[in-house]
Ligand binder design. Structure first.
Ligand code: HXC
Length: 538
């Protein structure tokens, strides 16, 4: 730091007040404390704060103020500084480039760390990591969510291997806290190298457009190794991670909206895995019917429609917090409430790729299901799926492995599980999308449901092949056989006859039926076998 040549902030402050002598009175100590706090609050100084603002970024403290309820922040380790002795004296700055502590979001405690880019680029060394580790430990012990705000140049170069060890401390804690408390990361500046692995092991990653980026190797290394020119944003900006890689679950245009969205997410979640999610009554009548749903599914079987119409119609107050909104849009996942209770929703989207399941959608769905199961959030599944995406891209990309993840995640989930088959439910995809046969508790179908091994054309082509080939008009015969198949198999009644569907319901009544089902499943308990962990096909 260029603020001062002295490396020990304690000596520096005493020197300023008492001519390098120890304080003589209580008043001296109070002044010293005040001066130290002022210095810590100043971070890297006015110039660097202005630079931060000029880049459209808030400071670490401003971010905490926006994230937490007003006046609720209790800071830890404001006066902590790095040990001297590192090359260049790096680290001897009050707060050591990260602000940590706890506060409330709508009255519920959370623990928070916020990296201060104005202090040595928010780089992470030993003391910095100890501060983050302390709040993570408190979060686990007290059962409160942990929110990490990242804005950092990575491992503090002056601290050498100590900085790498410091990252290890955080990685360990991310994994140990996983499934015990919700962990949320906000990327609000650089996040590069091995540093990306802490946020990517947390439950949800938020990014801010333009001002944040994440990559394992940056543009300079890309240029050197594979001779490609690429900007930081093109390589690892918010758009890339929300649309292509799936690293970012949420992207917001600026810091303010991002932090507001984190608050919104926290409101759906329990504080830890021993609690149920908070109940919030939005005064939406549980027995509200929506007659327009009776006409949602088009008459023509291959015509798309927007599944979000159904989602918004049934949820309390039409409130839906979509996760991974821009990624694998053929599957919709997110949080809502039914009768005041948080639910996790997984739905095929017939408006995108006909709602087919592909590699990305399978992984997106599997991770979401596992999060909900970790945190006692019931799962609601709306099904309209023609199958898995065919073709060498998907097969070679691992559709067998990835589809198995979604199947595994559903089967493993012990929270209440309810399915509504809206239209297509074909083949393996019928099973994977929370069918009765893989342990769903209550399965409904709309009268428009088509539950079958194959779609009508494919089925007719296979079972009537000889008849079609020997016919004088193969196209006409195929069409007739297709229609026969449709009439016989493409309905929910065969499945209802077997009890695979608990009831065929009027679409307009979906909301009320779901809320009653959640109520009856509230006491659901399942003994899980004693084992270290299952072996999900990663
Ligand atoms: C120490 C750092 C630092 C770092 C930045 N600074 N990164 N100090 N260690 N890693 C300091 C700068 O010296 C500078 O100090 C101040 O922060 C602001 O940096 P600038 O370069 O002026 O800012 P900017 O132009 O915005 O560029 C930001 C940046 C760049 C892109 C992050 O600073 C940069 O490339 N830093 C190094 C990134 C890096 O290679 N980190 C290691 C990655 S590997 P002054 O006093 O001059 O203002 C890693 C491994 C993790 O992290 C391992 C986990 C297992």
């Amino acid at each position: 730091m260029k603020k001062d040549n002295l490396t020990d902030p304690y000596k520096r402050l005493h020197k300023g007040f008492k001519g390098n002598q120890e304080p003589q009175s209580v008043q001296d100590n109070l002044c010293t404390l005040q001066a130290m706090r002022d210095e810590a609050r100043e971070g890297g100084g006015r110039n660097r704060i202005e630079q931060q603002h000029a880049r459209g970024k808030l400071t670490a403290r401003e971010r905490i103020d926006l994230l937490l309820d007003e006046g609720s922040f209790e800071e830890f380790d404001m006066l902590k500084a790095g040990r001297s002795g590192h090359i260049g004296g790096g680290g001897a700055v009050l707060s050591d480039g990260v602000i940590t502590g706890h506060g409330t979001i709508d009255g519920r405690e959370v623990f928070v760390s916020s990296q201060d880019f104005t202090v040595m680029g928010g780089s992470l060394g030993e003391a910095h990591s100890e501060k983050i580790s302390k709040v993570m430990d408190h979060a686990v012990r007290t059962g409160a969510p942990y929110i990490g705000i990242n804005d950092s140049g990575g491992a503090r170069i002056q601290e050498g291997v100590d900085a790498l060890a410091a990252y290890g401390e955080i990685f360990n804690r991310n994994v140990k806290a996983s499934g015990m408390i919700p962990q949320i990361s906000c990327i609000m500046g650089p996040c590069a190298g091995g540093a990306v692995y802490s946020p990517s092991m947390t439950d949800f990653t938020f990014m801010v457009e333009q001002s944040s980026y994440m990559f394992v190797t940056g543009p300079h290394v890309v240029k050197t190794v594979i001779h490609q020119d690429i900007s930081a944003q093109e390589l690892g900006g918010a758009a890339v991670h929300s649309q292509k890689s799936g690293v970012a679950h949420f992207v917001l245009p600026n810091d303010i909206l991002c932090l507001r969205e984190v608050r919104r997410l926290i409101n759906y979640l329990p504080s830890n895995n021993r609690q149920k999610p908070p109940f919030l009554d939005l005064r939406d009548p549980p027995d509200r019917i929506d007659p327009t749903l009776d006409y949602l599914v088009p008459v023509k079987p291959d015509q798309p429609y927007d599944m979000k119409v159904l989602i918004h119609s049934v949820l309390d107050g039409a409130e839906f917090l979509e996760v991974h909104k821009e990624y694998a849009r053929n599957l919709i996942v997110g949080f809502g409430r039914l009768g005041g209770q948080t639910i996790g929703l997984i739905a095929n989207q017939p408006a995108i790729l006909a709602g087919v399941l592909d590699n990305n959608a399978s992984v997106k769905g599997a991770r979401f299901v596992r999060f909900c199961d970790n945190f006692n959030i019931p799962l609601i599944c709306f099904v309209d799926v023609p199958g898995f995406m065919p073709g060498p891209d998907q097969e070679h990309g691992g559709i067998i492995r990835h589809g198995a993840k979604l199947l595994f995640a559903f089967i493993e989930a012990t929270v209440p599980r309810i399915t509504v088959i809206v239209r297509k439910a074909y083949g393996g995809a019928y099973l994977v999308m929370n069918a009765k046969h893989i342990g769903a508790d209550i399965n409904y179908a709309w009268p428009t449901a088509e539950i079958a091994v194959l779609g009508p054309r494919g089925a007719a082509e296979i079972i009537y092949r000889r008849e079609i080939q020997s016919s004088e008009d193969p196209e006409r015969t195929l069409a007739e056989k297709e229609e026969d198949y449709r009439q016989t198999f493409l309905n929910p009644f065969l499945a209802a006859k077997r009890g695979y569907i608990d009831d065929v319901i009027f679409p307009r009544e979906t909301r009320g039926r779901l809320i009653r089902s959640l109520q009856v499943l509230e006491g659901k308990e399942i003994e899980t076998p004693k084992r270290k962990h299952g072996n999900i096909p990663l």
